[in-house]
Design a protein around this ligand. Sequence first.
Ligand code: 5AD
Ligand code: SF4
Length: 436
Amino acid sequence: NIKTFGCQMNARDSEKILGILQTIGYEETDSEQADLVLYNTCTVRENANLKVYGRLGQLKRYKSKNPDMLTILCGCMMQEPEVIERIKKSYRNVDIIFGTHNIFKLAELLAMRLFDQNAKRMIIDIWKDTTEIVEELPNSRKYSFKGGVNIMFGCNNFCSYCIVPYVRGRERSRNPEDIIDEIKQLVANGVVEIMLLGQNVNSYGKTLENPITFAQLLQRIEDIEGLKRIRFMTSHPKDLSDELIEYLGESKKVCKQMHLPLQSGSDRLLQKMNRHYTKEGYLELVRKIRKAVPDIALSTDIIVGFPGETEEDFAQTMDVVKKVEYDSAFTFIYSKRTGTPAAAMEEQVDEAVVKERFDRLLAKVQEIAAKKAAEDVGKVEEVLVEEINDHDATLVTGRTSKNYLVHFKGDKSLIGSIVDVKLCESKGFYYIGELA
Ligand code: 5AD
Ligand code: SF4
C-alpha cells in the first residue's frame, strides 16, 4: 500500500515507486494492513509533517499484529535531518527511509532490509542533492489515457518561505530527446493528454548542454502525432517569457489553463519573499496572457500571514484577486519552515489576524470562482472523459480544456476519449453537462 502526500511531483514519483515494487513481485492493495506500507511524504507546510507523525503511530499498531509488515518512508519530509532524528528516536517501527534523489535504489534497499542478518536495523539512505537524472525507471501509471511527465527536477529560486529547494535540490532539466521519447511511448500506449511537470517550467532547458527554451520544447511536443492535449505546471511569473505567451496564442494542443502563483500582491512582501516581480508586473503578464488566449482559465497560489504582513499588504493581495478574477486559487496560511530565510524573520503575524484575513480571502476567491464558472454555462466544450462517477454510476466525469470537472450521462466506453459536452449547470467547482 502506497500513500502519497503533497503535489503532482510526488504523485508522479509514486507511480515510479509502484512500478519498482510491482517489478519485484509486490501487488498493490487499498488497505494499510498490508505487508508493505510506504508513505511518500510532503513537507511544504508543517501540517504535512504532523499528519505523517500521527499516522506512524497507527502503523505501529498494524505492525504489532503483523510482524512481517515493512514500513517505508520517502519523499520531501525525509530530506530534513530533524525528521530523521525524530523517527530514529520515536518510531522504531520504520524499516526503510530514502529520499527524493534515490528512488531508483528502492529495490536494493528492500533487499538489504529483507536479507539483513541484524533484523532490527533501520535502513536510512538519504542523498543531500544530486545532479543526476535516472531515466527509464519502471513505472505504473494511474491512468491509461493521461499522464504526468517530468521535464525538470529541483528548484533554484529560493523563495524565502519555501523548503522545496532544500529538499528537492538544484534545478536540472531532462534532455528534450528523453522527454519526447517518453511522450511518444505514452501516446503509442493510448495517452492523449500529458501534464509537463517542473517546479518552474518557464526556466526549462537553461542548464542543458544545448540549451532550449520551454516554448521550443512545447513546439516539439506539439508535433507528436496522436497527442491531443498538453498541460504544464508550475509557471513562475518571473520567468514567463513573451515567446511562451505568443506560443500559447498559436498552439492547438496546449490547454486553456495556466497556474501562475501570485503568493502576495504586496510589492514589499514580494521582495521579502524573493519573488522577483511586482504587483504591476504580474498584472501586466496577466493582461498579455489574456490578450493571447482570451478565454484562458487562470489559477494561483496565495500565502496569507507571511512575516510582517500588514493590513495594507493584504489589501494589495485582495486587489490582485479582484482584478485578475482567478478561476481557482489555492490559499495557504503561512507556515514557518526551519532553515528557510523567512523562518528567521521577526514579526510573525498574530494567528487570529491571519485566520481572519484567510477567511476573507477564501470567501472572495470562492465568490469569483463561482462567477467565472457560471460564465461558461450553455457552452459546448471538449471533455476528456476520465472515470465513472463515484456517487452515481450512470454518470461519467471528465475535464474541459480549462480543467473544470464535468459530470454527465455516459458509460465506461467513453473513458479516455474526448467528446463534446454541453455545460448545462454550474455547481461552482464542477458542471453538470450532457453529450452534445
Ligand atoms: N507556508 C505556506 N505556504 C507555502 N507554500 C510554499 N511554502 C509555504 C509555506 N512555508 C505554498 C506556495 C506554493 C505552494 C505549492 O505552497 O503558495 O506555491
Ligand atoms: Fe518553492 Fe519558489 Fe521554488 Fe516554487 S519557485 S518550489 S515556491 S522556491
